[in-house]
Design a protein around this ligand. Sequence first.
Ligand SMILES: [Zn+2]
Length: 284
Amino acid sequence: MITTRHRFLLFAAVTLLLAWVNPSATAADGPKKLLVVTTTVGFPHSSIPTAEKVLTQMGDKSGVFTVEIVRSGPRPRDKEQATAWMDKMTKDLAEKMNPEALKKYDGFIFANTTGVLPLPDKQAFLAAIRSGKAFVGMHSASDTFHGEKGTVDPYIEMLGGEFLTHGAQAGVECLLRDPNHPATLKKDFGESFCIEQEEIYLMKNYDSSKVHELLVLDKHPNKKTEKGHFPVAWCKEYGAGKVFYTSLGHREDVWENARYQKHILGGIKWALGMEPGDAKPQTK
Ligand SMILES: [Zn+2]
């Protein structure tokens, strides 16, 4: 006679067998682990707490990822306090981003970081991305690790572009360069992604033949009569890793914008290899 207990034992045995046959099944099916870095040596954006909240809730709600956050807060004015602040930043980054600690993350999000961050081992960090992890950068992630004058920092090479300057905040129409990419799906955006007000970056050390463009402007954000080609968001491969960058994300209300959230969630999923999307440059 088959009792409930027998059925339970059989069920337990099959579960154990499946776990033994495919030990990575549970790890691969669970949410991905992302390290969110909001540390700022330079300008501290007031939108950082909003960015941290949005990313945490996005991970929870979507079930796609969980976040750990490493943050610094703004630099204190007092000299002694500023020294202690810098020491704590260095210690926090050493703890979360040493070569061994990097292994436990599936990817990294630099949300409005600025300046030369005291990473414990930047080469190991870049190597970790090249090994097949995700890198996602928002807004001033491109205002981070500026190279010495006349040189391009390896971090900027990984990212694909570097912040040059910005004018006054403006309303812009970002044109979709790839309506099939998860970060810029036509069904979410239509023909373009219009933003009422945002600080729009102009980039340097950007080469459209090295990235897959996602959002661009066809006119200068502040001088609307000046036609041109101004990159706003792109993705690229970096070794076996995937990189997604959007220069949007200065303002709190941009982070709260439902379409912006679709844009970055699509980019995160793509960078994690969970959704397909082209990374080939459109121009040669
Ligand atoms: Zn900004």
